[in-house]
Design a protein around this ligand. Structure first.
Ligand code: 5GP
Ligand code: ZN
Length: 113
């Protein structure tokens, strides 16, 4: 997707601080961190939102959660963490490329606001 911010980050056209990368997944530091540790994990293929996950592309979601487990271990998030997906306007999604926030390093409130 030509005009997608996260596709540009994946391609390196917009700089980011890499946290993790493999064949399917890229993870980078959120530009506006909401916790001491805040990674954004994205599929390397453009999928616009959770509403667009299908049997054909859902393996990317599995790969994202495999990456989340590795990222948490590599960054010593031994006391726990949260993985969040915002979908659509009411969900607070601001970038139209599927992504999961991995937040940790402090006690996170529940339920979210
Ligand atoms: P959403 O609100 O869609 O769930 O999450 C989008 C996230 O992307 C936000 O947490 C926001 O801070 C982050 N973000 C937006 N633009 C950029 C950027 O250019 N670079 C990085 N590293 N993060 C960004
Ligand atoms: Zn994209």
């Amino acid at each position: 997707m030509e005009d997608c911010l996260f596709c540009k980050i994946i391609k390196g056209e917009i700089p980011s601080t890499k946290i993790y990368e493999d064949e399917f997944v890229y993870a980078f530091a959120d530009i506006a961190p909401q916790a001491p540790f805040h990674a954004v994990i994205v599929p390397k293929r453009h999928i616009s939102a959770t509403t667009e996950i299908t049997a054909e592309n859902s393996h990317y979601v599995a790969k994202i959660f495999e990456a989340a487990a590795k990222i948490a271990e590599e960054n010593q998030l031994t006391n726990g963490f949260r993985v969040v997906n915002n979908c659509g306007e009411d969900g607070g999604q601001t970038v139209g490329h599927l992504h999961f926030h991995l937040l940790g390093g402090r006690l996170l409130a529940w339920p979210p606001g």
